[in-house]
Design a protein around this ligand. Structure first.
Ligand code: AR6
Length: 197
């Protein structure tokens, strides 16, 4: 199988190792570096090129090594010749990370004049859909679009937490890994306010 061919076929969902029921997914919050997480899948806040960048994308490629970039190049040479559109998600190997997969998603650039919230919500929903197809039990998320793409932090947290809490899938834990204590505090406040705990 090619490095980029990590999307599970529908039939594989029937494998005995899968939990068939959609039990409630736990949402947890941590402060830290997402590349150090021991989870099945790490979500990357990528850009459409899939060829790397700064922020969490840069950190994942640095720590995960060249296998991730090679898999992304394969995706660009096949399914995503024009790049990965914002709001979509695709999995690759996680290279040297302890995770099994990196799920690349492309957040929208924040716009004060256009409501792109649905695209940001789609990043989380699609990432969880891909994680579910792969059979990932634990998934780590960064605050997509809340860095270089400029999304206001509180609103980014609200969209992230609302979308993940409403998802129906077999992933057992969605772990938000926030890079700073300030961002963790924002997510914790929004989480408490949404009464999801
Ligand atoms: N672990 C967890 N969170 C991190 C880490 C890390 N190692 N590093 C940064 N963050 P950003 P975006 C936080 O800019 O806004 C890239 O160039 C960061 O503090 O990584 O979606 C891509 O290639 C912030 O809270 O992603 C795109 O071009 C959050 O992760 C563009 O940036 C997201 O910040 C995507 O911008």
């Amino acid at each position: 199988m090619s490095e980029s061919g990590l999307h599970a076929r529908p039939g594989s969902l029937k494998s005995a190792s899968y939990r068939e029921s959609h039990t409630a997914m736990r949402i947890t919050l941590e402060t830290g570096d997402i590349t150090a997480q021991r989870v099945d899948a790490v979500v990357n806040a990528a850009n459409s090129s899939l060829l790397g960048g700064g922020g969490v994308d840069g950190a994942i490629h640095r720590r995960g090594g060249p296998a991730i970039l090679a898999a992304c190049r394969e995706l660009r040479a096949s399914r995503y010749g024009r790049g990965l559109p914002a709001g979509q998600a695709v999995a690759t190997t996680a290279g040297e990370l302890s995770a099994r997969w990196v799920i690349h998603t492309v957040g929208p650039v924040y716009s004060a004049s256009e409501d792109r919230s649905a695209v940001l919500a789609s990043c989380y929903a699609e990432s969880l859909r891909v994680a579910d197809e792969l059979g990932a039990e634990t998934v780590a998320f960064p605050a997509v679009s809340a860095g270089i793409y400029g999304w206001p932090h509180e609103d980014a947290a609200r969209i992230a937490l609302t979308t993940v809490s409403q998802a129906s899938c077999r992933v057992g834990e969605a772990r938000f890994v926030l890079f700073t204590p300030d961002m963790h505090a924002i997510f914790a406040r929004v989480h408490a306010g949404l009464k999801l705990a």
